[in-house]
Design a protein around this ligand. Sequence first.
Ligand code: ATP
Ligand code: MG
Length: 312
Amino acid sequence: MAVIEVQDLTRTFRTRRGRVVTALDHVGFQVERGEVLGLLGPNGAGKTTLSRILTTLLVPTSGTARVSGFDVVDRPREVRRRIGLVLGGDRGLYGRLTARQNLRYWAALQGLDARTARRRTEEVMELLGLDGRGDDRVETFSRGMVQRVHLARALLGEPDVLVMDEPTNGMDPHAGAGFRELVRTLRGGGTTVVLTTHDMQEAQALCSRVALIDHGRILRIGSTTELLAGIRTPRTLTAVGVPPETAARIAALAGSATTDAEGNLTARPADDESLSQALLLLAQARAESISVAAPGLAEVYRTVIENREFAL
Ligand SMILES: Nc1ncnc2c1ncn2[C@@H]1O[C@H](COP(=O)(O)OP(=O)(O)OP(=O)(O)O)[C@@H](O)[C@H]1O
Ligand SMILES: [Mg+2]
């Protein structure tokens, strides 16, 4: 059975000037237990609106969303008991309180009894590597540390579903890697995750499927492999020390190729034939560091979303 079921979900906002904005436009999808669904899309696509509806912070204008079989509008308490929300940024924590005090406070708000609240607070702090800083005020924490407290808070009630809106925003690479490891562990334990990120590599590494969202609509949904199969995306050829005449010949056969003044070439030959010709030219010109990269989620995103931000 699907843990998340969304059907025909629409949410509009009326701006102060009376304009109607459609943040979600007849969205529908399902998420199975233990899946990590990525939400990808440009600013304003509707990702946060969807996360807020799933976690009962916002009601839809029309359509339905269910979590573990409970409707987010009719049974919000049941939903809240089963879902955890991790937001990017600084909201929702008390800077003057220590990490441990924050977590105990939130555990009490979530209805855990005092003993369970203490036990879960220690467990989640250990899980997130916060145990050394438990008695420090949150206002003294770095962004990445604050993000870990957010994540710890969301895990207090052992939720079936975790909704995370740009959780790695502000984390350094080491903290980001730790976070990805944690998501894998949670996923292995059967937790279902809905993860919004602008980081294509993170999405590709963590998500079983991704939904590409733009203007409130899901344009594509599937695994990276499935999405790649649906579009023609060339491989990326790079090399260094490419003489100008070789670069010009490759540009002529590859269609799209750029070379900078140092002779660093990037090209996307459209088919196998032009790729092998380009490789031959590079070898003959004794270019170095020749490499061919398989397309990934970044190429799918580029193809499907088409630089909307720049086109505004
Ligand atoms: N409370 C609100 N009042 C009016 N408009 C809103 C409100 N919340 C969201 N919107 C609008 O709904 C649309 C979707 O916003 P949303 O925050 O869901 O996008 P997003 O995909 O999360 O973007 P980002 O990547 O920037 O976080 C935007 O046009 C936004 O301006
Ligand atoms: Mg957002």
